[in-house]
Ligand binder design. Sequence first.
Ligand SMILES: Cc1ncc(COP(=O)(O)O)c(C=O)c1O
Length: 385
Amino acid sequence: MSPRPASVRGGVEPFHVMEVLKAVAARRLSHDDVVLLCVGQPSTPAPAPVRAAAEHALGAETLGYTEAVGTLAFRRAISGHYREQYGFGVDPDAVVVTTGSSAGFLLTLLAAFDPGDLVAVTRPGYPAYRNDVLAAGCRLLELPCGPETRYQPSVEMLASLSEKPAGLVLASPANPTGTIIGADELAALTRWCADNDVLLISDEIYHGISFGRPTHSAWEYGRDAVVVGSLSKYQSMTGWRIGWLLLPEALRRPVELLQGNLAICAPALSQAAGCAAFGPDARSELDGHVRRYAANRDILLERLPELGITSFAPPDGAFYAWCDIGHLTDDSQAWCADVLAATGVALAPGIDFDPVDGHRFMRLSFCGTSEEITEGIDRLVRYLG
Ligand SMILES: Cc1ncc(COP(=O)(O)O)c(C=O)c1O
């Protein structure tokens, strides 16, 4: 008998950046020259107060399972963060702590939608969203978003659809474009979704990393949306796998029950230490990282034209530049593989983020050191002759 095949859901598309990382690992066996410009991962550890809190918790606490929704202490810390940074109150009961925002997104999909429901995402957009929607058995609607709307969805786009979706996912600052949706546009989308019974899932995990353009939360405009947060990016804590959801009333209990069954709870150590991630000492350390990202961004904006790259999304926030490389290739995946083999510079091919036009785009991450960015660009300039 042949072994039972995997499910249709199991046929999920790869997250191509992970494939690039595999090629990077292979190259590192024989070369000592990799410049990593392909991952959205800060090159710094968690802030010092978090590391100190983790050491303390290891010695002083049992660190067993926590409540499925997360410890009250961490949910209160998150609630305090919204009060201090955004000026609005969040009931700790509205918060569910998750294993990175990745798990929060999946819990939301499972709690809010049934198989066959239509969920809209932006194109370009974060690939796991596309793939998770399909893996959850939902139908996917990709909204092509270009420079006219800062690569963000708009009420006009939604209103013109022949089938109204059950959900809309937006990210601001976005990955891969780094663009930030304006306050008026976010307010209009939040209200339109509430009025039309469309669940807005607002990915705000890059908040804190922006370069002059303000970021806003969907919860400034109503409480019908799901807000997705994380300590991964601004707080430089990717591997701690800790994020959260702000949930409208109707989804709180379903998400709690799903979390209890699927994961029991988010990591206890990360919750205990994560409370220290919102304090002033952590913030002043983390704001130093943001100043470095800003300097890296300046280097890129100045030097990308040396590669003939003159068309890129305005990197308002996060740490990505989404670059049109149509003058260099029609196959971004092969091109990025060639560049890695020839120069040791690892870039993310656009097809990860845009299955239609991504063959002529690449995403460059500028969260490393300024020396790495400069070295990467120098090598690309030499490669292109
Ligand atoms: C837009 C966006 N959302 C969510 C995630 C998932 O992040 P995490 O699970 O580490 O919170 C990422 C990771 O890169 C991302 O870019």
